[in-house]
Ligand binder design. Structure first.
Ligand SMILES: Cc1cc2nc3c(=O)[nH]c(=O)nc-3n(C[C@H](O)[C@H](O)[C@H](O)COP(=O)(O)OP(=O)(O)OC[C@H]3O[C@@H](n4cnc5c(N)ncnc54)[C@H](O)[C@@H]3O)c2cc1C
Length: 386
């Protein structure tokens, strides 16, 4: 029985589970087991993620977690070892003319946090990104440290480091239900048999919901399709393309190798089984291509796509914390399309909570029961699409 008992069981081997597992072991908890139903890095959002890294957010709690996480991505070889494929390209947040006031306030908030950022006029933007049109641009907030990383490499990097610290990984292990004794969760039942634990951490994206049925806990998470398409483009020469969230066009983009752009698709339908498809429809990609031509007029052929899904909460902020009535069952889910860039800080906050029982101020705001309590988070200065 001894080898079927862990201090902490982590369910889900995407970036969230991997980061939490690493941070648990790094903080001194020795018996940690991670179960992933497929092969690492899993079959969820992480595998298809665009990997954008930015600090610009419209809610201070996300901004702070992104800033804390930035350190891990920027110093990955020293902190974790190996490479997470982080490329510092610079990051631009673009808004239309009617959102410039909001942007100035969000930039001021970032400056208070010590995040390097400054605002550019459309004319200044054009000097730095001469191949881009300034159509619809009201203002640009530029972060010199932003860019993108490789979510697969980052997940496997966390796992490798965690294994060196003693993590046991169980691939092809599907958690079927929670084990409950006298009303308390004492482990999980899997396709490889039961596993017992003091704490169970559910990082299985929207799949988490099904596992909570037995506790009669209903998380308000919906599954939404998210996709990117790859478009040929070779107009930049040696000038790097800034990784960008373009609120004025309702999309985001970054370079993908020397001759391609990776561009966000507009897919807002709810589709709980979208993870079974891995390519976008032609018409969706054509729409993305037409849209991005407002910024990159010379973009050419469609070269592919990646489609997956993410769990969205009603306020589009994550749910992290114990579920009602079960302190030893923690969820980390509902990342609403932005879980990659904040995963290192999420992992550290969850590990601290397991170790000390202390809920950090950031995590307090993300309590899973905030919706029942009417404490939905609201951006003070929102944009149209963010
Ligand atoms: C196309 C796309 C682009 C994106 N771009 C960005 C971006 O640029 N920047 C950013 O910050 N975020 C981005 N995101 C969002 C980000 O990728 C996700 O928020 C993040 O990857 C979620 O990670 P996760 O580990 O919580 O979930 P997932 O990666 O979905 O992993 C969950 C894992 O749990 C496993 N699992 C589930 N149930 C069980 C079970 N019962 N037993 C065992 N295992 C189980 C699954 O197999 C899966 O591997 C993007 C997402 C997509 C889809």
């Amino acid at each position: 029985m001894a080898n079927r008992h862990a201090e902490v069981l982590v369910i889900g081997g995407g970036i969230t589970g991997a980061s939490i597992a690493y941070h648990l072991l790094n903080s001194g908890i020795s018996k940690v087991v991670l179960c992933e139903q497929h092969r690492l890095p899993g079959v969820g959002a992480t595998r298809m993620s665009g990997g954008l890294i930015r600090m610009h957010h419209t809610h201070p709690s996300q901004m702070k977690l992104a800033w804390e996480s930035y350190y891990t991505y920027a110093y990955w070889p020293e902190v974790i070892g190996g490479s997470c494929g982080f490329r510092v390209t610079g990051f631009a947040m673009i808004v239309g003319p009617e959102q410039v006031d909001s942007m100035q306030r969000n930039v001021a908030e970032m400056e208070r946090e010590g995040i390097p950022v400054w605002m550019l006029t459309p004319e200044e933007y054009k000097q730095w990104q001469p191949f881009c049109s300034t159509e619809r641009i009201g203002g640009v907030a530029y972060e010199p440290g932003g860019g993108y990383a490789d979510p697969v490499a980052a997940t496997l990097g966390f796992i490798t480091r965690a294994q060196q610290l003693g993590l046991k990984v169980m691939e092809g292990t599907r958690v079927e239900r929670l084990l409950i004794e006298q009303g308390n969760v004492c482990g999980i039942h899997t396709n490889t048999g039961p596993l017992f634990a003091d704490h169970v951490i559910l990082c299985g994206n929207t799949w988490v919901k099904g596992l909570l049925d037995e506790l009669d806990v209903k998380l308000p998470i919906t599954s939404r399709a998210i996709g990117v398409c790859l478009l040929d483009w070779c107009g930049g020469g040696s000038t790097p393309i800034w990784t960008t969230v373009d609120d004025s066009l309702g999309t985001y983009y970054r370079s993908n190798g020397p001759n391609q752009l990776l561009v966000g698709l507009k897919l807002d339908q709810e589709n709980p089984f979208v993870n079974k498809q891995e390519a976008a429809g032609y018409s969706e990609m054509i729409k993305a291509k037409q849209n991005i031509r407002h910024r990159f007029p010379h973009v050419s052929a469609i070269s592919g796509s990646r489609l997956s899904f993410d769990g969205y909460t009603p306020d589009q902020h994550p749910m992290i914390g114990s579920v009602s009535g079960h302190k030893n069952v923690v969820v980390a889910t509902g990342f609403s399309g932005g879980g990659f860039k904040i995963a290192p800080a999420v992992g550290r906050n969850v590990a601290e909570y397991i170790l000390t029982g202390n809920i950090s101020p950031g995590m307090k705001e993300w309590a899973p029961d905030r919706f029942e309590k009417g404490k939905n988070l609201k951006a003070v200065h929102p944009y149209v699409h963010l």
